[in-house]
Write a protein that binds this ligand. Structure first.
Ligand code: CMP
Length: 142
């Protein structure tokens, strides 16, 4: 087992539905710790850059509109096998397919308004953390 970092976003539907605390509680009860966080409203440019791999997908415009429609909580999560653990806790991208008890089953509204983003690989976690956080902002221990 290794201690890893992964990247997580609580998306606008869940910040505006007052579910930040409920979602972080799922992480914390399951061995993930918030080791850095920023509350922000993303610019169009920042959101487009983050999701650049989806640029040609038909839902790209809708995705960027949604991600800039309200505040998001950007987080680094740390724990044993954090990348895989976070994906398990989030559930399937589409809440209609998400397992009982997962964050998306509990709080997501649709495949677009799906409450959380989480890195899908170690390489993505590194890239995504670097996209939003300076190295010295990612606090491990006080
Ligand atoms: P996320 O994990 O943030 O990564 C890409 C996002 O695109 C995904 O979550 C979904 O919210 C979104 N997405 C995927 N498929 C669709 C779709 N068919 N319509 C709208 N948004 C989608």
């Amino acid at each position: 087992m290794s201690i890893e970092k992964t990247f997580s976003i609580i998306k606008p539907n869940s910040t505006l539905d007052n579910n930040i605390g409920n979602i972080i509680a799922v992480f914390e009860k399951n061995g993930l710790r918030v080791s850095a966080a920023k509350f922000a409203k993303l610019s169009k440019e920042k959101a487009e850059g983050f999701y650049i791999e989806h640029k040609e997908r038909p839902f790209f415009g809708e995705l960027v509109n949604f991600m800039t429609s309200g505040p998001v909580l950007l987080m680094v999560l740390e724990g044993e096998n954090a990348v895989a653990k976070n994906r398990e806790l989030m559930g399937a991208t589409n809440p209609a397919n998400a397992a009982e008890g997962t964050i998306r089953k509990l709080y997501a509204k649709s495949v677009g308004e799906n409450s959380v983003h989480g890195s899908d690989s170690h390489a993505a976690a590194e890239r995504e953390i670097a996209y939003f956080f300076e190295r010295n902002e990612v606090v491990n221990r006080f």
